[in-house]
Ligand binder design. Structure first.
Ligand SMILES: Nc1nc2c(ncn2[C@@H]2O[C@H](COP(=O)(O)OP(=O)(O)OP(=O)(O)O)[C@@H](O)[C@H]2O)c(=O)[nH]1
Ligand SMILES: [Mg+2]
Length: 281
């Protein structure tokens, strides 16, 4: 319903975090979310920027723009996030959003094989047409739905690639009753995309790989933290300096044109700062 609640602009209110950020001048980085419809892209962003979740989130129209600042070691990183619409009719808009992006999270639903196939095709498109240095993370979302499935395989970290990967607490209950999110009603969905298969594909394609739940928050911070770690900040700073010298910060699609009512410029520094250990916002 209140799809746009996270996108309410409140970027002017200063906070302690904002003061630090201002002092340190954040490193801005553009990240685009891609993936099939209803895989949870907007929910992943919502969890990241405001530590919130909505059971019946409306589909994104066009795209939404949100920002979130993160502290990573001695740096402040400001993610400028383009959350694209997954419905096929919006596909042709995507290049506008991934152009000049330094990072992308390509999201699929672990209970839907077709969404994994779609994710692979997005990865191909990015690798062909996006910035050649783009950092791509493959994100298998909705793992909470597996927690109550009878044959739920373990998705605890088995040889995870993140250095500081935390063990997930996959003991969520009650997901079955809200299975409508994954398109099912009644029975708990089973895993359709084996973790090993997705991980092997990600390795082969040179992607970061995560399994997440926007609903429980599992793995969400890790996605953004590991992306931030992998972005070649120094190279980008150098090129930004060149751009600044040229008097332009070009390349961004227009938020007004693309987002209309679907997104706003958000800085949720104030709300989401409590429980973030790695990418502290
Ligand atoms: N159980 C569960 N449901 C989720 C999760 N993430 C999203 N959902 C639900 O899945 C539905 C679709 O989520 P969205 O975030 O709107 O998906 P989207 O990928 O942004 O969809 P489009 O904007 O149409 O591309 C919503 O009803 C969410 O509540 C998750 O991790 N677990
Ligand atoms: Mg969406």
């Amino acid at each position: 319903m209140s799809n746009n609640s996270a996108a309410t602009s409140s970027a002017t209110a200063p906070s302690a975090g904002a003061a630090i950020a201002a002092a340190q001048k954040p490193f801005q980085t553009k990240l685009v979310l891609l993936g099939d419809a209803a895989v949870g892209k907007s929910s992943v962003v919502l969890r990241f920027v405001s530590d919130d979740f909505q059971e019946n989130k409306e589909p994104t129209i066009g795209a939404a723009f949100l920002t979130q600042k993160c502290r990573l070691e001695d740096k402040i990183i400001k993610f400028e996030i383009w959350d694209t619409a997954g419905q096929e009719r919006f596909h042709s808009l995507a290049p506008m959003y991934y152009r000049n992006a330094q990072a992308s999270a390509v999201v699929y639903d672990v209970t839907k094989t077709s969404s994994f196939e779609k994710a692979k095709s997005w990865v191909k498109e990015l690798q062909r047409q996006a910035n050649p240095n783009i950092v791509i993370a493959l994100v298998g979302n909705k793992v909470d739905l597996l927690a109550s499935a009878t044959s739920a395989p373990s998705f605890s970290s088995s040889g995870g690639d993140a250095e500081d990967e935390e063990d997930d607490n996959a003991t969520t209950t009650g997901a079955a009753g809200t299975g409508a999110a994954g398109g099912s009603s009644g029975a708990a969905p089973t895993r359709a995309v084996p973790k090993e298969e997705a991980q092997a594909y990600a390795e082969e394609a040179g992607l970061l790989f995560f399994e997440t739940s926007a609903k429980t928050g599992e793995g969400i911070i890790e996605v953004f933290t590991e992306i931030a770690k992998k972005i070649p900040i120094n190279d980008i700073l150098a090129s930004q300096a060149t751009q600044a010298a040229a008097g332009a910060t070009a390349g961004r699609p227009s938020a007004a044109g693309a987002g209309a009512g679907a997104g706003g410029n958000v800085d949720l520094n104030a709300g989401a700062q409590a429980s973030k250990d790695a990418c502290n916002c």
